[in-house]
Design a protein around this ligand. Structure first.
Ligand code: FE2
Ligand code: FE2
Length: 206
């Protein structure tokens, strides 16, 4: 996959792409920084396939894990300060870095585009209704070229073929994984499952 470097011209971020990449290099350790750059590339590819704005895909791909390496206190304080669902306090970074992290991105990176912020918000637990951009980021994170879990090739093929089927595939597999680990499931994850999986073309029995 050839690397695509976009010139930003939509005034979504108050600086250029180089500056955004630099800010991420400061916020993240090397491995995570490399991951977000691969997610950006996959997001651009999926955006092209699905008629989604590539600049938004690039920005959201780069920033989606901006908050991933922040201490728990930052999320706990944000949940309290913004009076988010108190049940979130029973979960952890895996959910917080997206579902709460978007607020840190808004405040610290000066990004106010609602589609970008929602795409970041939903990349950890999905949502019953997701914009195409949110679906693109949700899937780009799952199938970026560095991922090598069993079934990733199948996940890529399904997603390239049909974005919504990809969302269903990931949503089913993530819930299945949590249940098999006997892990707690944040209730909104079930809402995502119910909206995407039973009616997905890839799982329909008739
Ligand atoms: Fe993430
Ligand atoms: Fe990620």
């Amino acid at each position: 996959m050839d690397k695509v470097i976009l010139d930003y011209h939509e005034n979504i971020v108050p600086y250029d792409r180089d500056e955004l990449v630099h800010k991420l290099s400061q916020a993240l350790k090397t491995k995570r920084f490399e991951h977000v750059q691969r997610v950006e590339q996959m997001a651009i590819k999926l955006a092209r396939l699905n008629g989604v704005d590539e600049e938004l895909a690039s920005i959201a791909g780069l920033v989606h894990d901006y908050a991933k390496q922040r201490p728990d206190e930052d999320f706990i304080n944000t949940i309290k300060q913004y009076q988010l669902d108190p049940d979130l306090l029973n979960y952890g970074n895996a959910i917080w870095h997206g579902y709460v992290g978007w607020i840190l991105i808004k405040n610290e990176l000066g990004i106010n585009n609602i589609d970008v912020l929602e795409a970041v918000k939903y990349h950890t637990i999905g949502a019953p209704y997701m914009s195409k951009l949110a679906q693109v980021i949700y899937m780009a994170d799952y199938i970026e070229t560095g991922r090598d879990f069993p079934g990733v090739e199948e996940a890529r093929q399904i997603t390239f073929d049909n974005l919504a089927n990809g969302v269903a595939y990931q949503t089913f597999n993530t819930l299945n994984y949590l249940i098999n680990k006997h892990a707690a499931v944040y209730p909104k994850t079930i809402d995502t499952f119910n909206a995407w999986v039973p009616n997905a073309a890839i799982y329909r029995k008739d």
